[in-house]
Structures are given as structure tokens and as C-alpha cells.
Ligand binder design. Sequence first.
Ligand code: PHE
Length: 454
Amino acid sequence: MAGLNQFTGKLGFILVAAGAAIGLGNIWRFPYLVAEYGGGIFVLIYILFIITFGFAIVAAETAIGRKTGKGSLDAFLSLGSKYPVFAKITGLLTLVISILITSYYTVIAGWIVKYGVSYISGAGELLAADGGAFFTSYIGSGIEPILWTLGIFAVVAVILSFSIQKGLQRVCVILVPALIVCMAVLAVYILTMPGGIDGLLYCFVPDFSKFSVGTVLAALGQTFFTLCIGSGAYITYGIYLSKKQSIEKSVHSIEICDTVVALLAMLLVIPIVFAFSGGSPEILGSGPGLLFEQIPQALATLGGGGTILGAVFFLILFIAALTSLFVLIEVPVAVLISRLHLRRVTAVMIVSTITALLSLVVNFGYSIWKDFTIFGNPILDSLDMLVSNILMPISALFCCILIGWMMDIRVITDEMEENGQKFRWKKFFVIMIKYVAPVCILAIMISSVVDMFI
Ligand code: PHE
């Protein structure tokens, strides 16, 4: 693919891949799901999914990329050549998923820029006004959120049009550790506030009475979203992974970084709800607005320090979102380049234009089309649920069926051992891909549908 080179050094791939995994999924999505779906019980199920089929599918996708050396659509077509229709659907699904995520991810990234700029310009107090009312009025304000979203597209398109590899690696080396340190500082401060510890307990003590099919489906969706499963991201990055490097170890490292950031974000956002609103169920269940409504309140108690921390926090969050956006757009770009032999710039322009138009629809969902809701949810929430809870699981299921049953899975396990070391989790991997993951994904999806109707 024009413009990209192999990752350099052991850490290159891990950091860039962790940069893709770490993003709004960890910091914006995970805390509000933990709050909404019963705290500790959700966290427990989520971690279980991460270490079981989360690991297996990410490793498989990376191996597919490295083995075939092709973008997601062609990679599936070449592996599943005996079942071309099935392979094509699996490949196309990755494109639909990455395009849909981009269309709302950029909208949220736009809100983040607005918050960051407000802190930098000293207007941070405004964001905390009326316990979060600012957020709702801002996202419905029409033109400003749209301009920020389009600005983000412009930045991403320019960066992606050039060779991104080296720059991306450099950004991630600084970003991932900086993000962890900044969040840890904030989390420690918040835990020392009255009520902070109640928030901590809510996050870690599982309350089994809150267990439901909805909790399991939400945890499954979050696992896929945060690990980019089914989006073709790791197939695309796997292409540039050196044969000398262990996929198994890399995936473990990526998962550890990703989970640490998600848990830190949870320890930041949820204790704030307990410190400021006594853990009000209404606020805990407030969904996608949780981060934007709660963080400014805690920061407001810190005076000038809060302004600086707010600026740093939203800046880092923005960079975390950017590193995910790069791969989201790169997935369809890689396919366009290899299929239609387009120039990199042209492919980036086509994908950015399509996704930018879709992002307008998402933005309108809060202003001129705010009466249009799906099951009572705005367009953004509905798209997010469609992608994470339905399309990503289906895409992962198809991927498991394709590599577990339609071809010889040894092609993938051999690829894992290309670096000359034994694949220690081989048996576990095969059982996961062939049996556990497909059966669990199907069972969870079917029971969620049944649950909706009873
Ligand atoms: N994993 C990213 C996050 O948690 C989102 C993402 C999904 C990125 C799919 C790339 C592909 O924010």
C-alpha cells in the first residue's frame, strides 16, 4: 500500500495498535456502560470477554493481515476462496463497520475539541454550568458542532494523505504513557473526594442482582468496539507487522494497555457521580453524555488547576481519538487502493467525503432532526448500538466461521509461529475460534432478541 512501511522495533506495532484500540471506546463509552449496566458485574463480564475471545479474534485478525498482506476485503477473499460469497460479505462488513463508526466518532471528537478549546481559552467553568445542561444545549446548537466535525475530517485527511507510519509511531510513544499518567492523577484526586470510595466500590463489587442479558450484550459490544474487532483494523495493521515479531505477545500487551486505560477512565468518571450526586441512578443511567457532563464538574472544584488539567485531559483524549480515526479511515482506503489502484490522496478524499456526509446526518440528529429517534434514541446512539451490538458481533462470527471451518485453521496458527517461537495459547485459540466464540456470540445475540420481545 503506497505510503506505509513496516513498523519499526518491537514497540512500534504494539504502540500503534494500542493507539487504535485506545480511544473514545475506553474513555467515553466504557464508563457510561459500567454506570448504566450495574457497575462491577459489567466489568467482570467485560474482562472475561477480553481475555477469551477478545484475545483470540484480535490475534486471528492480525495473523490474517500479516499472512495475506492484503486489506480486509481481499484478505478474506483470498483465504475463503472456496466460499467467495461468504468471504465477500465478511470483507464488506468490515468496510460498512469502519465507515459507520467514523461517521459518529468524528462527531464525538468534535465535542472533545470544543471542550478542550474552552479550557484553553479559560471558559471551562461554563461547561460545568447547571450540572451538565451545557452539553445538551451545545450538541443541539447546529452549526458549531458541525464545523468542529468537519475540521477533524480535514486534519485526518491531510495526515493520512501522506506517509503516516513514522509520525503515528512517534505520537503513540508519547501519547499512551501520557494518557495513563494524566488519568491516574485525576482519578486519585477524585477518589479522595467524599463519596469517591462509594464510586470505587460500585465499579468493583459485582452486584449479581443486576445481571441481565442486556449486561452481557453490552459487555460483548464493548469488547468488540474497544478491540476494533470485526472492523478490519488489525488486518490492515497486520500487513505491516514484521514476521519476526510474536503476534501472541503483542496482542497480550495491546490488551493490557487498552484495559488499563478503560479501567482508569471508569475510576475517573463514576466516582465523580458519587461525589457530586450521591450515585444518583438517573445520572448513572444518563448514557453517552456522562463524560461530558461529569468531568467538568470535578474540574470546576479545582480552580485554576482544573483549567489546566481540563485542557490537558481533552487534548490527550483528542489525540487518542485521532489515532483510532486513522485506522478507521485506513481500512476502506487500503481496500480502495488495492482494488481500484487509486492514488492514496484520491482514496483518502473519497472515504473522507462519504464519511463526512454521514457525520452531518449524525449531527443533525441533535438539531433539525432531533424528533427522529430510533427506539427513543438519537441517531448517534442508535448507530453506535447497531455497530457494536449487532454488526461487529456478526462480522466477528463470520470471521470465526471462515477461518475455523471454511479453511484450514493451521494456516493461521502457523502464521503465529512464523517468528520461530511456539504459540503457547494454540489449543485455547483453536477452541475459541472454532467453538466458544461462535456459539457464545450467537447465543448472546439470539437471547438479546428474545429478551426484547418478552
Ligand atoms: N477501539 C477504538 C476505541 O475504543 C474504536 C475503533 C473501533 C477504532 C474500530 C478502530 C476500529 O475508541
